[in-house]
Write a protein of this length. Structure first.
Length: 264
């Protein structure tokens, strides 16, 4: 009985100590653990933490709600100076560079292939322009009938460009002679005069070779012996007789008067 009474007394003591100390149950499960006192959050701090995300969302919404025009790039001193320099440069008129190369005039004696024995004609113009004038004597129309008849009797002619005169792949011979401006005025006027006064073509007496021969004679060039040669042969002989490209220094005395207006 004495032992039972001692045990009950010991249990009462333990209960009394536990009630005084008031140890949490979770901590009491770990004997020897050190319990640190953590500061409890204040009510105002909890409210601020809860309000912070809402404030951030409102700030982001305010940024995105700004109009696009309000976002202007920041101008720096260098950027302003560059824009001023560009504006000053744009205000200066730009003038195209003029070529210092002298303008040269020319007459090009040419021969090309054709369905028969070929064709002789002229190119003439200026070296600083791509456009050329073409002159040559040939039967009128593209029909072969005037060409056939023209070997028997004279037939109506044309004195401008014919099919193939502007195509380099058909050229078989070429001889270019350069002229001064004053010479070109006289020679070009003579070519136009010859075009206007050559209404007939004849295969034997006055053909395409005879037409360009008259221009070469007017320019004072040495001429092949006959116009009854193939156009290619005649043009090559003309080049050989005159020693290659040259500037004409003497025109025929019966030259046509120079036109009052410039050549071009």
């Amino acid at each position: 009985m004495g032992a039972l009474r001692k045990a009950k007394l010991f249990g009462l003591c333990v209960v009394a100590v536990a009630m005084v100390v008031d140890v949490p149950a979770s901590s009491a499960q770990e004997p020897g653990a050190v319990i640190l006192a953590m500061p409890q959050p204040q009510t105002s701090d909890v409210a601020s933490a809860q309000a912070a995300p809402s404030v951030r969302r409102q700030a982001v919404a305010a940024v995105h709600s700004q109009p696009a025009a309000a976002a202007k790039p920041r101008q720096t001193a260098n950027a302003s100076a560059s824009q001023a320099a560009l504006a000053a440069h744009a205000a200066v008129p730009v003038t195209a560079k003029k070529s210092n190369a002298p303008v040269r005039y020319y007459v090009d004696f040419r021969a090309r292939t054709a369905a028969s024995y070929g064709h002789a004609f002229l190119w003439y113009g200026r070296t600083d322009r791509r456009e050329v004038d073409v002159a040559g004597l040939h039967p009128a129309t593209d029909s072969v009938i005037p060409y056939i008849l023209g070997h028997v009797i004279p037939v109506p002619s044309e004195t401008g460009a014919s099919y193939g005169d502007l195509d380099e792949q058909y050229v078989t011979a070429s001889y270019r002679v350069y002229l001064t401006e004053d010479q070109a005025k006289r020679v070009f006027a003579y070519i136009r005069h010859l075009q206007a006064s050559s209404p007939l073509w004849h295969g034997a007496t006055y053909n395409c070779v005879a037409f360009i021969r008259d221009v070469a004679r007017f320019m004072g060039l040495n001429l092949p012996a006959s116009h009854l040669l193939y156009p290619e042969v005649w043009v090559n002989d003309l080049r050989d007789l005159n020693g290659g490209p040259k500037v004409v220094v003497k025109l025929a005395p019966e030259a046509a008067p120079a036109p009052a207006q410039p050549v071009y």
